[in-house]
Design a protein around this ligand. Structure first.
Ligand SMILES: *[C@@H]1O[C@H](CO)[C@@H](O)[C@H](O)[C@H]1NC(C)=O
Ligand SMILES: *[C@@H]1O[C@H](CO)[C@@H](O)[C@H](O)[C@H]1NC(C)=O
Ligand SMILES: *[C@@H]1O[C@H](CO)[C@@H](O)[C@H](O)[C@H]1NC(C)=O
Ligand SMILES: *[C@@H]1O[C@H](CO)[C@@H](O)[C@H](O)[C@H]1NC(C)=O
Ligand SMILES: *[C@@H]1O[C@H](CO)[C@@H](O)[C@H](O)[C@H]1NC(C)=O
Length: 232
């Protein structure tokens, strides 16, 4: 009996593998169970009124909507959870008390977009500093508040960072100076009026090509600094 079961399982296994090969799907690159669990826990942390994450079930998380895996390693590398509706519509926002720490298990994440969701005034978690491959991070208009953690400075590969329109403080602008790969930086609506040396710090970023500082409480004195920094 046991042997027959085994044989039929083996047959089914071979059959599905053959289908995968015929379809050109590389079955060794299916989602890792640990990452699948992490995503399911992350999903659980949201109130998802529009049921945006409905496709998040089944074995292969690499097939789930908004999840992208590396086609080389099969690890989850991109999570694009930005609210697809524009401006005032909150009906598509995912709500959560915090960014659930299960995210940390997606250690090869290089692209994370949480913009226009609602993290209910929680802080940016310290663990964001440990995504060593992170290149793109958007927390635009996602109801984060409190201090911007110093650890973000650890993201040395980060090229795009959008923290606009959250009630965040940046206590020490030197955290920006460590983001040595930064190309596009958006800090609209963050109060920066008290930051020292803002433009000197920005001017030291070798790859910076775009910076947005609307409604940051900057005055003419700061603009004067910008002109000076540019002319050096
Ligand atoms: C599947 O992936 C493995 C490991 O990445 C690779 O060695 C192999 O050539 C791939 N097979 C196909 C059919 O693409
Ligand atoms: C992997 O995907 C990238 C685009 O994301 C593509 O340029 C590349 O050719 C793909 N590599 C393989 C082996 O399919
Ligand atoms: C944004 O809102 C406008 C007006 O409500 C609508 O016409 C447009 O399709 C929306 N765009 C997206 C991408 O949802
Ligand atoms: C942000 O979160 C706070 C705390 O939960 C909540 O009271 C507020 O309504 C939220 N803001 C927006 C714009 O949703
Ligand atoms: C991030 O940087 C801080 C210093 O700003 C350091 O103490 C910490 O060990 C780093 N953390 C990680 C997870 O790399």
């Amino acid at each position: 009996m046991g042997r027959y079961l085994c044989v039929s399982f083996a047959a089914i296994f071979l059959f599905t593998e053959t289908i995968h090969l015929c379809l050109g799907v590389n079955s060794t690159l299916r989602c890792r169970e640990q990452e699948r669990q992490a995503l399911l826990n992350f999903k659980q942390s949201f109130r998802d009124t529009a049921n945006r994450l409905f496709s998040w079930n089944g074995y292969d998380c690499c097939q789930w909507d908004t999840v992208t895996c590396s086609n080389v390693t099969g690890r989850v590398v991109k999570l694009d959870l930005r609210n697809p509706s524009n401006s005032s519509s909150l009906e598509y926002a995912l709500d959560a008390q915090e960014v659930h720490p299960s995210l940390l298990q997606l250690e090869y994440l290089n692209y994370l977009d949480l913009s226009r969701n609602n993290f209910l005034s929680s802080p940016i978690p310290l663990f964001f500093g440990s995504f060593k491959d992170m290149r793109f991070l958007s927390l635009f208009d996602a109801n984060f508040s409190g201090k911007t953690p110093h650890n973000l400075g650890n993201l040395s590969k980060l090229r795009y960072l959008d923290l606009s329109y959250n009630t965040l403080q940046i206590d020490d602008i030197n955290l920006i100076s460590q983001l040595s790969s930064m190309k596009i930086l958006s800090l609209n609506g963050l109060y920066l009026g008290k930051t020292q040396n803002l433009f000197q710090v920005l001017d030291m970023l070798p790859s910076l090509s775009q910076i947005e500082l609307m409604s940051c409480g900057l005055n003419e004195l700061h603009s004067h600094q910008l002109v000076r920094a540019k002319s050096i």
